[in-house]
Design a binder for this molecule. Sequence first.
Ligand SMILES: Nc1ncnc2c1ncn2[C@@H]1O[C@H](COP(=O)(O)OP(=O)(O)OP(=O)(O)O)[C@@H](O)[C@H]1O
Length: 589
Amino acid sequence: MNAALGTTLRFMWRLICYRPILYTANALFWAGVHLFPLLPGLVIQQFFDTLIGTASWSLGASSLAMLLMAIAVVRIVNIYCGAITDTIHRFSMSALLRRNMLQQILRQPAAAAIPCSPGEALTQFRDDADQAESAISWTLDLIGKVLFAAVAIMILMQIHVQITCFVFLPIVLVVSLTQMAAKRLQSYRTVSREATGKVTGMVGEMFDSVQTIQLAGAQERVINRFRDLNRQRRKAVLKDRLFTLLLDSVFSNIVNVGTGLILLLGATSMQRSELTIGDFALFVYYLTFVTDFTKFFGNFLSVIQQSGISFKRMNELLQGAPSALLTEHHPLHLKGEIPAAAESKNGPDSPFDTLTVSGLTYRYPSNGRGIEDISFELRRGSFTIITGRIGSGKTTLVRSVLGLLPLQAGDIRWNQELVTNPDTFFMPPVCSYTSQVPNLFSDTLLNNILLGLPRDEDRLDKAIHTAVMEKDLVSLELGLETLIGQKGVKLSGGQIQRTAAARMLIRETELLVFDDLSSALDVATEQLLWARIRQMPNKTCLVISNSKAALRQADHIIVMKEGGIVSQGKLSDLLAHCAEMRLLWNDTN
Ligand SMILES: Nc1ncnc2c1ncn2[C@@H]1O[C@H](COP(=O)(O)OP(=O)(O)OP(=O)(O)O)[C@@H](O)[C@H]1O
């Protein structure tokens, strides 16, 4: 067994162990579903033997119909129960995988939460988890089909060993070989799809560039190229079609070939009374199922292979955490009340006094850019601005302090105490933060501000007033109940930023961190906003901004350039001594 297959089977085993009783019940039901077809074969055998008077127990036409009906009813009930257990079982397994992936993502620093695009991550959540549950579900069918094939072969062997061996062995062999050849079909199909894609792509390009082709007098060359691509496509598609039809004809005719073989081999046995008509009927009846099993087995192997790829992809979302986390067993709370979320105990014991950042470094793994050796201190009630040119590292600095990017070097101290988990520490009630592009949701303005907090009129009014939103509420048709559309499309840029500010302010945190909050505000509104924020008692602000309205409010300014601090201090001192500050001041409004 190769290592990849071993890993896939281990993953599958851990998933199976997650709901062992459900899996066993499911296995029993599906074994029943697959074994039931043995009975109609035996009943039909008796019926034919009754007709020629060789039956061990006699079976008339009406008894036959009733027996077959009874078997069908029991099988339907069996399938119904199997479908219920299978659905619950499948859902539990994929839900566990999704839960574990989500937990791991939430444990990552927010700005580096997923290593791929959101679209790819969604595919891993949806398709890869589905693929994994399918693989487990297929193991149940495998058990049932193996049992059927084993029992059927045993019954047939007891009737006639030679016919069983001479008919079933070659058929199983042919179907297995055909199944293996189907792998080659996949490569033919890929080549044919690529060739077709190239042709349609070229048609599109030609239509887009008719004028250019004419102007360049390139008609001849373009048509030759088009013919060339079509020739390649014709060859690839022909191979694909021929091979597909060949395999289809093997699969669809194999049962007929088998029946013919049984007839040929059975004729002399029947003459010698070694084989009855009923036995012949039984052979033909079981033939389809055994052939079907062989085909199923080939498909099962490719499902396992695909599941291996899915597990690997889901593992990538764990970003280096032990792969066992993916299948770690946890309750899913699918029934009854959902338990309340545990209160996060991230609040410090003593009131805020200082935040000290020393030697903070973060380099983006993709390009080595970022910030290097940053140190500064925030005092309670101060208003500190980080300023600098585009790309100087302001956002990276703030994100590193707040734990949205992983700490690579340096330390962060709150009241001189080391903050070991900044990502969970810098949350309300300690800190609130608005990124450069605030995230608003397609809901009412009110719900976007509260974002889960209980409504408290006093706090709400204060937050709206400080965020300078009182006039907007009058102008919006439904005030706070206005639906703001996806990402707040129905609001202006300034309204989006002030909604995000109100959302922060209502949380009444010790520390407020704004990343370029005022970029869409007019000067008067911005001045009012900073003035109102400054009037809030004992609030400490860390603000990324280049605007004069903000800089004028600052007690302390940190000037950044190329990922480092070039100078820090009061505005008047910086304007006197720091060339970079003067440059920024002269460049901004
Ligand atoms: N996700 C990222 N991956 C790789 N490099 C990045 C990433 N984000 C930023 N950078 C690089 O890191 C450096 C600092 O970027 P950062 O966004 O912190 O600067 P900034 O001063 O906040 O810029 P702006 O004023 O445009 O917001 C830049 O060189 C930028 O190109």
